[in-house]
Write a new protein. Structure first.
Lengths: 316, 126
């Protein structure tokens, strides 16, 4: 039994009021140790986790809780298959989003050596229920500003509600062996409506008032083993319906002495990341640097306990 | 007498004093709603449907440039005409941009050719 998993993430950046699209606070969440637990551990595990993100403004003496998240995960493994579920409660002050997520993953070992030893297919499905809130009293619409004087006057642009509620579905499939992995993930495939003015949604079918579907594809192939070094080549691509969010043309993972992993990825949209990991039976750790935005992240697991610390530099 | 001339030269020749009435003040909204049904005044026919900058005195403005980017730092709008606001579409004619926060950069000069740069974020609501 592994408990608790604890991830502390620190984010010093200038506060943007109600920034609904600050992506990099979300990127760091991909670190969750509790996500798909059965894909990482052979014997299964229980997880209770807590994660808090804080923002420190250099002009302020106080910090602000950006988001908090609690996780409960459970996985178990049988001879040829395993299953895992994962429940997460999440609250974000930045995006004013609160949600409850439930994920279920099933691992099934395939008895073939076509793509390497221990080939397994892991389908998964996730459901999340979201509540998003906007404080309209802090917004300044153009009709509130008097030309010439700049006086602020009341607006008539008030929505029916300051809250929106929606459900989102996601699914993924991972095919992996000792020499290969390929993962496809589809998020928001039910395209939930996220409008504060649902009565005004145009019938033109343009999807901008709906949360766009996001497709992610990740893959890695072991190229060669030379002495104690394994060379892998990786690729990843993340697309939404409207534009490519990020994609990698070149990635490399080198592991040596079965303990150290060095990975390097260049995203073709001009960002890159490099990480160095150290993995043994009792210790799993890595440190990662990513540019755009500049962020450092380190993560440790000692036996039953996990700790992650991130430092990101926001650009405004 | 020499000192009087010197003071006169400093006051009227050496120092160029900026008249406070020459300063152009920008009034920038932080949200807009392209599908707005609000009834607009005739002086501002698109009001909340566009992200438009207002000025304390438009006649004191010499040049103006505004750039708006999405969260992937891709330019979604650029204009040099202050009255042409952003309507929430890519370059005002392309696809509708999604609900979210968009950073902007405004560079303008006043009639004294003094350069000002203003940046911030605007929330596009759907």
């Amino acid at each position: 039994m592994r408990l608790p998993a604890l991830i502390l993430v620190f984010l010093p950046l200038s506060i943007w009021a109600q920034d609904t699209s600050l992506n990099f606070s979300v990127q760091l969440l991909s670190l969750q140790s509790t996500y798909s637990p059965s894909s990482h551990y052979d014997k299964g595990r229980h997880v209770i986790g807590y994660q808090g993100q804080f923002a420190f403004s250099r002009y302020s003496t106080s910090s602000l809780f950006l988001n908090q998240q609690s996780d409960i995960g459970y996985s178990t493994r049988y001879k040829n298959h395993s299953f895992a579920f994962y429940l997460q409660a999440y609250s974000d002050e930045f995006t004013r989003n609160q949600n409850l997520q439930l994920h279920y993953a099933y691992t099934f070992k395939l008895k073939t050596n076509i793509l390497g030893k221990n080939l397994a297919i892991i389908p998964g499905i996730g459901y999340s229920y979201h509540r998003e809130r906007m404080d309209f009293s802090k917004l300044r619409f153009p009709d509130q500003i008097a030309s010439g004087s700049g006086f602020i006057i009341p607006t008539s642009e008030l929505p029916p509600s300051e809250n929106i509620y929606y459900s989102a579905l996601q699914g993924s499939a991972l095919l992996r062996s000792e020499n290969f992995f390929l993962q496809l993930q589809i998020e928001n495939f039910n395209e939930p409506l996220i409008s504060y003015y649902p009565n005004d949604v145009p019938d033109t079918g343009e999807g901008s008032t709906y949360l766009p579907i996001i497709y992610s594809l990740n893959n890695a192939i072991k190229l060669k083993r030379y002495r104690s070094f394994d060379f892998w080549i990786t690729g990843c691509s993340v697309h939404s319906q409207d534009f490519i969010m990020r994609y990698a043309g070149l990635g490399a993972i080198t592991s040596f002495k079965e303990k150290y992993i060095l990975s390097y990825t260049i995203y073709l949209n001009q960002s890159s990341e490099i990480s160095l990991g150290y993995y043994t039976q009792s210790i799993r750790s890595f440190i990662r640097y990513q540019n755009s935005p500049d962020s450092f992240l380190t993560y440790f697991e000692f036996g039953k306990y996990s700790l992650g610390i991130a430092y990101a530099i926001g650009k405004q | 007498m020499k000192s009087i001339i010197l003071i006169w030269m400093i006051l009227f020749l050496g120092c160029k004093k900026q008249d406070s009435s020459d300063v152009v003040q920008l009034y920038i909204p932080n949200a807009f709603y392209p599908n707005s049904n609000v009834q607009c005044p005739s002086s501002d026919p698109v009001c909340n449907r566009n992200f438009t900058i207002k000025f304390s005195d438009r006649s004191k403005l010499h040049s103006f440039e505004m750039y708006i980017y999405n969260s992937n730092q891709i330019e979604v709008y650029h204009t040099t005409i202050p009255e042409y606001g952003w309507n929430g579409r890519s370059q005002n004619i392309g696809a509708e941009c999604a609900y979210g926060t968009y950073p902007y950069l405004i560079r303008y000069t006043d009639i004294n050719q003094e350069v000002f740069i203003v940046s911030g974020n605007v929330l596009l609501i759907r």
